[in-house]
Ligand binder design. Structure first.
Ligand code: AMP
Length: 134
């Protein structure tokens, strides 16, 4: 059975897309820790990120690096932090989180709520910076 992220990539479930190429896909986390919290996923359906081949894992990091640059331009921050958990959705993903301080990365923090319109504007701001860098 396809994972929820595969359904998002296939367009069967809506998302706020920020970037894509032929192997990877990036969209906003629907329960963001901070504004701009983004998930990077491989189109390939693999649960555990370290089950990806060395080549695919490296390519995913390079894709995440480009998305992180677009996030940082759209939402100036000290750094874009990266986290991998993967206990909830069995489809490998990297969390990219624009941070001002260490505690912005705490997954136990309360999640932010945005309207669809706000999510769309956040995704669009990152997407424009992604396009500008291509
Ligand atoms: P984890 O597997 O623990 O890394 O957590 C999965 C993450 O995916 C959580 O931060 C969720 O908020 C996020 N998530 C789950 N379903 C969706 C969805 N349909 N759209 C966007 N983000 C999602």
């Amino acid at each position: 059975m396809a994972t929820i992220f595969s359904k998002i990539i296939a367009g069967e479930i809506p998302c706020f897309k920020v970037a894509e190429d032929d192997r990877f896909f990036a969209f906003l986390d629907i329960n963001p820790l901070v504004k701009g919290h983004t998930l990077v996923v491989p189109r390939q359906e693999v649960d555990y990120i370290f089950d990806l081949s060395d080549k695919d894992l490296a390519a995913m990091q390079v894709f995440a690096k480009m998305v992180a640059a677009a996030i940082k331009k759209a939402f100036p921050c000290k750094k874009v932090g990266e986290a991998v958990i993967g206990l909830e959705v069995p489809h490998a993903h990297i969390h990219l989180i624009p941070i001002q301080k260490e505690s912005d990365m705490l997954f136990s923090n309360p999640k932010l709520k945005f309207s669809d319109e706000e999510f769309r504007a956040i995704a669009e701001a990152i997407h424009q910076n992604w396009l500008n860098a291509l």
